[in-house]
Design a protein around this ligand. Structure first.
Ligand code: PMP
Length: 399
């Protein structure tokens, strides 16, 4: 026995899967030409596996804000928000996010992953209950582990199952945090938020939503599913990330509850890590304005997403349950998914390859994400590649 025995199987699987080409996991992007085009493995490729939903990563407003902050404040803060790492920009962004959501306060974290870790472990501990949707992101699961609270999973997007499990808790509902996501990252489906809010109102507990993939994408001003569903005032904590529509890196939580301010002092993933760089904060502030005023981008994004979803469904691919900027093709085996990924790459398209357990169920996913920056021609090209490769995926026919 050694420390590394557990890697044996992984090493064998990896060698077998990768014998045919370069590594799809973490394939280096050698040069970035635009939000939708890059040089990968020496080829000019269409990017259809980023989370750049509004296509803002080269927005002049974001670039100049970042340049100015870099010149003014340097490359990094070199410290935690609790020590030397809270600059006026971090505080300003917290005010602006709180204002954007019409909330009392906001905490900015260093990543979206840490926002979940920090909020869940800051809010709950042994003796409390975490009631989470079974398909929640790894950062939510990891936050649950760090918290030490009892974790109960309810069936994905099943408000009736949530209700049943909440009822069983009796008086413990008062120290229960329910966690769902806006748009789920793997299949692109969204939470039945009005039904979930109704359960909370009837039985009790607190509700946190992770809008990582829905911020910028849903709602009149891009707040996310809370805005689209019109239930913002019923959700206690809204978590999000800067790494998708906001095209930076970092995360946040907004809330109307005054206790949010206290979470800073007890949240280890907030206290014991360095804060985001001033240039990232500055570009995120600029991106937030573009997101808020980005109705035209959302319209363009949804037009492309619906068109691509419909085309892939018509081709007989098995997809997530509803059109969304996240379009995932379910494939039965890893080998098929890998071959399919290489096939798309040969057609000049980069997407995400997802194996279980990162994908829900036991399926592998070829996960695409649509951007408002994709041209109609790029969407057509992607759809044509899926049409050409259709025979490769034998068992993924829609039922
Ligand atoms: N929550 C969800 C639902 C996510 O999908 C992700 C990342 N994909 C995160 C949180 C973590 O965000 P980040 O990558 O910005 O740390």
């Amino acid at each position: 026995m050694s420390l590394f025995n557990k890697f044996d199987q992984l090493a064998r699987d990896r060698a077998a899967l990768l014998s045919s080409g370069f590594d799809p996991f973490g394939a280096p992007i050698e040069q970035v030409f635009s939000p939708t085009e890059a040089l990968i493995n020496g080829r000019r490729i269409i990017l259809a596996g980023t989370n750049n939903y509004l296509g803002l990563s080269f927005a002049p407003e974001c670039l100049s804000a970042a340049h100015e902050a870099l010149d003014r404040e340097g490359t990094g803060t070199t410290g935690s928000r609790m020590a030397n790492g809270s600059f006026s920009g971090h505080r300003a962004l917290e005010r602006e996010l709180a204002e954007f959501y019409g909330c009392r306060s906001c905490i900015v974290f260093t990543t979206g992953y840490q926002a979940n870790l920090g909020m869940i472990s800051g809010l709950t501990g042994p003796g409390d209950v975490l009631m989470i949707d079974a398909d929640c992101h790894a950062s939510i699961y990891d936050g649950c582990k760090l918290s030490g609270a009892e974790v109960i999973r309810f069936r994905h997007n099943d408000a009736a199952d949530l209700k049943k499990r909440m009822r069983r808790l009796g008086e413990r509902v008062s120290s229960t945090l329910i966690i769902v996501e806006g748009i789920y990252s793997m299949l692109g489906d969204r939470a039945p938020l009005a039904d979930i809010v109704a359960v909370k109102q009837e039985i009790g507990g607190y509700l946190q939503i992770d809008e990582a993939h829905s911020l910028g994408v849903l709602g009149e001003t891009g707040q996310g599913l809370i805005e689209e569903a019109g239930v913002g005032d019923q959700v206690d904590f809204v978590v999000g990330t800067f790494s998708k529509s906001l095209v930076g890196i970092g995360g946040f939580c907004v809330s109307n509850l005054p206790e949010l301010d206290l979470v800073r002092y007890v949240s280890r993933p907030y206290v014991f890590t360095a804060s985001p760089s001033p240039s990232v904060i500055a570009s995120t502030r600029a991106a937030l304005k573009l997101v808020r005023d980005g109705r035209h981008l959302r319209e363009r994004l949804w037009r492309s997403a619906r068109r691509m979803y419909r085309r892939l469904a018509d081709l007989g691919y098995r997809l997530g349950p509803e059109p969304s900027p996240v379009i995932a093709v379910m494939v039965d085996t890893r080998e098929q998914a890998l071959a399919f990924w290489y096939g798309l790459f040969e057609h000049g398209i980069y997407v995400n390859l997802v194996f279980p357990p990162a994908a829900p169920g036991d399926k592998s996913l070829v996960r695409c994400s649509v951007s408002a920056a994709h041209t109609d021609q790029q969407i057509d090209h992607i759809c044509e590649a899926f049409a050409a490769l259709r025979p490769m995926v034998t068992s993924a026919t829609a039922s």
